[in-house]
Ligand binder design. Structure first.
Ligand code: GAL
Length: 400
């Protein structure tokens, strides 16, 4: 009897403790998520989607890896070769993801090895829902299994999309894959691709390394087309997001269209310059095995790339706008400034950058380098003015 009473008292005490905060507080707090330490400058590479959509194969990927080296792109800083949607066809009885056995006959491990043998890194694509946007199997419910497979194949970068996610919570979906990737022990960059729908800039910093800010880009200067935006539309949607970017966590205004054929040389130069100004990931999206000299000239401009990759990691912003004429600027490590003078109009027009727009004293004399002409201009004090052609830019590096 006595034992029964003692037992009851103990049970009461335990249930009391379980319902008080005292016990809850005694539980160790969940460690705060930390950034994975990758992508300290915006990732650079090539991705299949913009040019090839679902038409992917190991032959295409190997040729792209070869061209990345022979074109000088690798030496200019491009690193990741990313296979976007449609490489996957199903799952086996154990739920393992299956690459297309015809298009990727040698298997993903062999392809990863080939990419690595060229001094490059291997990127792949999946989706946080049940199906990818190309209606291939997504990773929902298979996050850890897929992450382990990627690690086995030598994957270094995952673009993770948002189709077929219905009422899923975006943050939790990306946290799941982020944890799964970390559990593999292999450093894998995570590219969050939910098109900016749930403001990933507010929660993505310790989950992934870059997040798409908009719907898809298409090879067009300005204008919307179903879910796609032209370069100028995407540019406008970046205004105000600059405060969220920094080393290891970047706004992603989507991949490059440079060289895909629907814009002019000037427009592609502007697109590339502005993406560098935005500290955007530079993912070429053209046929790099068959590109023109003009396209190569743009994609391998090391001085423009150096702006994108500047170690300070401060995203540029629009500092002046007068109708079609805009000035974009960003501070650089060492105290310099990068400046883009952008003319969205139809006629050549002069554009002036004033030192005041750059938070510099008016009396300061600055060295001016033109990054497309690749030459030093006369020193300037107070301001600098240049004629800018229609849909073109003048891109400058100013140093004390
Ligand atoms: C979209 C994504 C594109 C591409 C495509 C593949 O959702 O924004 O960049 O990955 O899916 O189906």
């Amino acid at each position: 009897m006595m034992r029964q009473m003692i037992g009851k008292c103990a049970a009461l005490l335990l249930s009391f403790l379980l319902t008080t905060d005292a016990l809850a507080e005694a539980a160790p707090p969940r460690p705060a998520r930390k950034a994975n330490g990758l992508a300290l400058t915006p990732p650079m590479g090539w991705n299949t989607w913009n040019k090839f959509a679902c038409n992917v194969s190991e032959k295409l990927i190997r040729e792209a890896a070869d061209s990345m080296v022979s074109s000088g792109m690798r030496d200019a800083g491009y690193e990741y070769i990313v296979i976007d949607d449609c490489w996957q066809v199903g799952r086996d009885a154990e739920g393992n993801i299956l690459p297309d056995p015809v298009r990727f006959a040698s298997g993903m491990k062999a392809l990863g090895d080939y990419i690595h043998s060229k001094g490059l890194k291997f990127g792949i694509y999946s989706d946080g829902g049940s199906l990818t946007c190309g209606k291939r199997p997504g990773s929902l419910g298979h996050e850890y299994q897929d992450a382990r497979k990627y690690a086995e194949w030598g994957v270094d970068y995952l673009k993770y999309d948002w189709c077929s996610t219905y009422d899923q919570n975006a943050k939790a979906t990306y946290e799941n894959m982020s944890d799964a990737l970390r559990a593999t022990g292999r450093p894998i960059v995570l590219s969050i691709c939910e098109w900016g729908l749930h403001q990933p800039w507010l929660w993505g910093e310790t989950i992934g390394n870059l997040w798409r800010t908009t719907d898809d880009i298409y090879d067009h200067w300005q204008g919307k087309h179903t879910f796609e935006h032209g370069v100028m539309d995407i540019l406008d949607l970046q205004v105000g997001l600059e405060i969220y970017a920094g080393p290891g966590h970047w706004n992603d205004p989507d991949m490059l269209e440079v060289g895909n054929g629907k814009m002019s040389f000037e427009e592609y130069k502007s697109h590339f310059s502005l993406w560098a100004m935005l500290a955007a990931p530079l993912m070429a999206g053209n046929d790099i095995a068959n590109m023109s000299e003009e396209t190569k000239f743009i994609l391998t401009n090391k001085e423009v790339i150096a702006i994108d990759q500047d170690a300070l990691g401060v995203q540029g912003k629009r500092v002046a706008k007068q109708g079609d004429l805009e000035v974009w600027a960003r501070p650089l490590k060492g105290g310099g400034r990068a400046v883009v003078l952008l003319n969205r109009g139809t006629q050549t027009q002069p554009i002036t950058v004033d030192w005041e727009m750059l938070n510099l004293p008016e009396s300061l004399s600055m060295k001016v380098r033109d990054l497309w002409q690749k030459k030093n201009l006369a020193k300037a004090k107070n301001s600098f003015t240049a004629d800018v052609v229609s849909h073109g830019v003048v891109m400058l590096r100013l140093e004390m």
